[in-house]
Design a protein around this ligand. Structure first.
Ligand code: B1M
Length: 212
């Protein structure tokens, strides 16, 4: 992370202006958007999480860092587009019920959109009923769920069950992800796919739908 020290410090402080300027100057200096994202921004959010765990910072500071990261991500967004492409499929995505974390989910949406998927983003705290209602409306190929809290992970199987009850389970593929989620958990709850990060979410989504 040493290359992005000033960026990391600005994100930790929640200094949006400096962080955006650092992101821009890293781009201008030739760093790739992926490197800035992975080593500059995501690595820093891990550091923010560790500081929170140790009681060195509290929710308001975490929120400020999150806002700062999101503003920087907007500068990177254009670099994740794969060019002129027809839709690879429809994805309905949201952070599950009870969970307000949306940075990872937004990155997954952004990368999938850049790769040519059509995204309907339900935001955060999305109940199983809301997933079902919107799935009936937009008829997605993939229902994608994100969870960052171990306490909200059970909303994933609840959503799968709700899709089943609504007669939709055979019509959609279910993909899950988020820091506490694992491949093993995906198998346990009978999701169709698990992705550990936004980049692999794209490749897994392509694989699920058999598109390149
Ligand atoms: Co919270 N929080 N938080 N938080 N927060 C964590 C997750 C935590 C690990 C911090 C810690 O204690 N070390 C901890 C969870 C512990 C646990 O359950 N395992 C925690 C806690 C406890 C809480 C509260 C309960 C704190 C409190 O109030 N006492 C509270 C809960 C609120 C709620 O949701 N109901 C809370 C609140 C918040 C804020 C609102 C302040 C803020 C979120 C703001 C926002 O998102 N707009 C926040 C933040 C910022 C964090 C940390 C620091 C950073 C999360 C993040 O954005 N990471 C986080 C610590 C950490 O993760 N190290 C923490 C960067 C992001 C890019 O990574 O989301 O993992 P991530 O996404 C990755 C992959 O997981 C994957 O792709 C992304 C990378 O490419 N991915 C998918 C994500 N979704 C995917 C879906 C897919 C595929 C891949 O397919 C569909």
């Amino acid at each position: 992370m040493s290359d992005f020290k000033a960026l990391a410090e600005a994100v930790i402080k929640g200094d949006i202006k400096t962080a955006m300027a650092e992101t821009q100057s890293a781009l201008d200096a030739g760093s790739s958007a992926q490197d800035i994202l992975d080593r500059g921004l995501i690595a820093t959010m891990d550091e923010v999480g560790e500081r929170f765990s140790k009681g060195l910072i509290f929710v308001p500071q975490m929120l400020r860092s999150a806002k700062t990261m999101q503003e920087c991500t907007k500068l990177l967004q254009p670099f994740f587009k794969e060019g002129d492409i027809t839709s690879k499929g429809r994805v309905l995505i949201g952070t599950v019920k009870g969970d307000l974390h949306d940075i990872g989910k937004n990155l997954v949406s952004m990368m999938m959109e850049g790769a040519g998927f059509t995204i309907t983003d339900l935001g955060v705290d999305v109940s199983p009923e809301k997933f079902v209602q919107k799935a009936q409306e937009v008829e997605p190929d993939i229902v994608a769920m994100s969870a960052l809290l171990s306490t909200t992970m059970p909303a994933m199987p609840q959503t799968i069950e709700a899709l089943q009850k609504a007669g939709l389970r055979d019509k959609v593929k279910v993909m899950i992800g988020g820091a506490p989620v694992t491949e093993k958990y995906a198998q346990k709850i009978k999701a169709d796919s698990y992705a550990s990060d936004a980049g692999s979410a794209v490749s897994k989504a392509k694989k699920l739908l058999g598109v390149s």
